[in-house]
Ligand binder design. Structure first.
Ligand SMILES: Cc1cc2nc3c(=O)[nH]c(=O)nc-3n(C[C@H](O)[C@H](O)[C@H](O)COP(=O)(O)O)c2cc1C
Length: 204
């Protein structure tokens, strides 16, 4: 049985355009994998704490030496990593906010990047330990950025996931959503068409 983990990071939770695209993909995936299991995390409804001093000290302190606050902090990260480990497919709803990724998603990233747990350092550099997964990223933007240097998200998210061992990543863009009704509708229709193709490719 395949497991899909969906991470939404829109401020509008399920009503965000990125969340709606992620939801459409999950529905299409479930039609093709009726026995598949879906896990869902809404980072706007349930934000992960920022990576602060307590969190990072917890990560680098051996479990038996952690104090109570560090144990609590490490437990949050451990749970997020366990959830991600169980997933064969990762789906991320990715809005663009103020030229970057939502801070809630960055906080989630900060909790799943753990040396010795999700990646390790070797003589040849860092090696990701979360291999064997496929990721789909649904990017919603008010303006137009894809393929330009102003797209601060795509390379960053791709590089970050690859760093953890998730190298197979598909991006679907819905851009120009704040540029009027017609461009918005065209962008969303294009993204939905691509979603159908990707769901078909997932079973091929
Ligand atoms: C706080 C905020 C900041 C935004 N910043 C940008 C931006 O820097 N560039 C852009 O193209 N659109 C920006 N937008 C528009 C969003 O990218 C657009 O509304 C998109 O649909 C957000 O995804 P969501 O609907 O899933 O939340 C911003 C929207 C909000 C609410």
């Amino acid at each position: 049985m395949s497991t899909l983990l969906r991470i939404d990071s829109s401020l509008f939770s399920a009503n965000g355009q990125s969340s709606r695209l992620a939801s459409d993909f999950v529905a299409a995936w479930q039609q093709r994998f009726p026995d598949g299991r879906v896990l869902h995390r809404d980072l706007a409804a349930e934000p992960v704490p920022h990576l602060g001093a307590v969190q990072f000290q917890a990560f680098i302190t051996p479990p038996e030496q952690r104090d109570a606050a560090q144990r609590e902090a490490a437990a949050v990260s451990d749970a997020l990593i366990d959830e991600l480990r169980t997933a064969d497919v990762l789906v991320i709803g990715l809005p663009m906010y103020n030229f970057g990724v939502p801070s809630t998603l960055k906080a989630w990233f900060d909790h799943i990047a753990r040396a010795g747990v999700t990646f390790k350092y070797t003589e040849k550099g860092a090696v990701g330990l979360l291999t064997g997964k496929k990721a789909y990223v649904f990017a919603a933007r008010g303006g137009l950025y894809a393929g330009t240097p102003a797209d601060t998200q795509t390379a960053y998210v791709r590089d970050f996931l690859r760093f953890l061992g998730i190298a197979d990543v598909e991006f679907v863009f819905a851009e120009g959503l704040a540029m009027g009704e017609s461009p918005r509708d065209t962008a969303l229709a294009g993204a939905r068409e691509r979603i159908g193709e990707l769901a078909d490719e997932a079973v091929a």
